[in-house]
Write a protein of this length. Sequence first.
Length: 500
Amino acid sequence: MSARLNLKINTYSRFHFPNLVLSPMAGLVEISVGDIGLVPFNTDKRTLPPRHVIRRPQLYTDPQKSDEWLARRTEQTASQAGANVGLSPYRDAFPEHRYLEIAGIVANDFQGNEHTRYGERYEDRIRHIQQVVFSIVVIESGCYRSWLHRFQSCSLDGESNAIRIRGLLDNGERVDWALGKILCEDKASKLHFYETPRIPHIAQLQYQMMIMGRWYGILHYWHRDCTRIWLMRYDPQFCLWMQRRLALLHEHVARKVPVLRSNPYFNHRAIPGQRHWPGCTVADWMAREWFTCDGHTGRALRPRITVAEWLDELALLGMSEEQWAAAYPELVPRISMRNRQKVCLDAGNLATPPRPQIFLVYEHRRDVPDEEVEGGDACYVTDQDDPAWFHRNFPHVTEWAAEQIRLTNLGRRPHRPNERMTRLYINEVLPMPEADEPEPGDEAHLDSMAESLEFQRRLANLKARKPAARQATLDEFLRVAHAPDPSPSGETTNPLWDAD
């Protein structure tokens, strides 16, 4: 089945649709949505990458973590992308629970913890490392909202200037890639220095590239100046798999249809007769399957989702195929006949998403002097912002690559026999011309009347909850606090109690 959709062509069109036919109406095209869709249009990898999905995402310049920024966040954001599609290993971070939170049935009271605050404290330090290592300029942004699906938005840890790299893969293949502007996703951990990318972080970065129309992004893990950076390429098949489930989740919320554990689009490991397969979360299974030799089995968690299951899902939502095609033309399953049976051949109906291309491009451990660490805790006393300090302590990515190649030739590079990770040794980072993009500016005035009213309502609720939350915190403190016995001089030596 296919449908037709008229779209205006402009300089920001990003998707390449194989069945594209010019319409008699000037400036319009007819697109067949029977194909996979979500394929960025870029025939020459050495040219500037494409820019946007139909239209440049709407930018709100409110500072991150502000009340206005919180009120701008839409139903689905990048940080929750992995949880929304069942790729998060964390407790309560599953689609059925996320449905309850998005629908407002269960409150999400998470306001951060010591680990998130640790990451926020060292965001500037991580950004300095990226700028020194890659010779780029990284700028944090506000909130970008998709024009294609208004319930989706993302906020970036950073976006760089356009660059081009030349280097060598560990299999001997030489590369010369025009990366364009790259997105930066930073993860700082107080306790862990992950050896491989985490699956929800991969989903988060792929989601951001999908919204922003970028071809490449870097995933940066940092722990006590142990820094590890991967370069990730936008994968249209991964995003097709993810976006179809995100759209289904949105329809479940909009139509008030609960997401059940038996739903084949969100229950990725239901295999008859193997109740506890694979014995861990889906995210942990995928990490072992993708990045380790011992854990790689080549098995699927469950069979491919059938056409009948797809039609059952639409029937559960009360939607017809025509209604789905009108709302999500790029997400219509590609159905073919095999042995006189209809089968869905695109990646959107796989049990788990295909692995995107990920390359380890940098890994460095700085020797941290004892005087920089508080009592053995992995938390720095001083915050460096001197560029010269970073240049002295963190080698450039080309220097790191040259040293790795030298150690490999000498047979002294640490061997990781269980690792299934491609390394990219970058020997040249070049600036490249910027795409013809408008200067970023606040575009809140482009909101519809309903969106403006919704923003004002959410902002008022946020501001009203703050005094109540502060009062509740104070009441809890007074309930559990007891005045210590005063000293003979009448003082308790506690400034809070002696203030009067």
